[in-house]
Design a protein around this ligand. Structure first.
Ligand code: SF4
Ligand code: SF4
Ligand code: SF4
Length: 263
């Protein structure tokens, strides 16, 4: 994983002539490598450490200090300006092409929204999944319409607007995410029903190279993996069409809790 991030870091540094990319992707790669090391050493908070290291760096340093909008509206903004910088690079690596390799690793190890939601008490959903996934398409469309309208209306000072959109957007995400988590007793309800980024993440992660697989010879169908999964994935089905397969955030809770070591 570190090698992948170092390759991205060096490629972007040399192609864009900006040493920031070397620092940025090396930092993220090292954080993930540390998490993998801690996971191998069976440290139970390994994933949370990576989530805090990467999530806080992106939220505080890149978002608040450097003023880069890394939310979906920031992606549309850079896309419309035709610049392959900041949010467009972030989306390409973490949310569009990266998931072809590491699936929704972003959601398990780096997202600053989930970083906070994962502190809430409902680590495993206490209620059956709702049929509310359609909301994500509305939030996705709204983010696109918002940025397109700014461009069409030739609004000035777009950088400042994007900065404030980042702050207000995050406050809204946290508020809605926390209220929804308590309402449906599920920390990851925001991820399942509302997050617009999943419109990219879900189809791309369908083809992910990195997946949790089940050894059918060892599995005794005890159902423990299903019970501990925050995303309601049927991980005992090895097909790509497994139930909620594109929701897997690679948190490894199922692997840690399988009594037969089948995952
Ligand atoms: S689904 Fe959205 S909010 Fe949830 S972890 Fe992924 S990117 Fe973050
Ligand atoms: S926890 Fe392990 S043994 Fe039990 S159903 Fe899941 S994969 Fe099979
Ligand atoms: S518990 Fe297993 S199947 Fe569920 S999200 Fe985590 S890694 Fe994926």
């Amino acid at each position: 994983m570190l090698a992948i991030f170092e390759t991205v870091a060096v490629t972007l540094w040399l192609s864009k002539g900006n040493i920031f990319y070397l620092f940025n992707f090396s930092y993220i790669g090292c954080s993930i490598a540390l998490g993998i090391f801690l996971y191998i050493r069976e440290y139970r908070h390994a994933r949370r450490i990576v989530q805090l290291l990467v999530g806080l760096y992106m939220l505080i340093y890149l978002g608040l200090i450097c003023g880069e909008n890394m939310q979906i509206e920031g992606f549309w903004y850079y896309l419309f300006t035709g610049v392959f910088e900041a949010a467009t690079i972030h989306y390409a690596v973490a949310k569009i092409f990266g998931p072809l390799i590491f699936g929704r690793g972003w959601c398990g190890y780096a997202c600053w929204t989930a970083m906070v939601l994962d502190f809430l008490p409902y680590k495993v959903p206490a209620q059956p999944r709702k049929k509310l996934g359609w909301i994500r398409y509305i939030t996705f469309a709204l983010s696109l319409i918002f940025v397109a309208a700014l461009f069409l209306a030739h609004v000035g000072n777009l950088e400042k607007i994007m900065f404030w959109a980042f702050i207000i957007g995050n406050v809204l995400y946290y508020a809605v995410g926390i209220i929804l988590a308590y309402a449906v007793k599920d920390n990851r309800a925001f991820c399942k029903y509302i997050c617009p980024v999943t419109v990219f993440l879900k189809p791309m992660s369908y083809f992910a190279l990195l997946r949790v697989k089940c050894d059918k010879e060892k599995c005794v169908s005890c159902g423990e993996c299903r019970k501990v999964c925050p995303m309601n994935v049927d991980v005992t089905d090895n097909s790509r069409k497994r139930e909620n397969g594109t929701e897997c955030i690679l948190c490894m809770e199922c692997v840690k809790n399988c009594p037969k070591g089948a995952l």
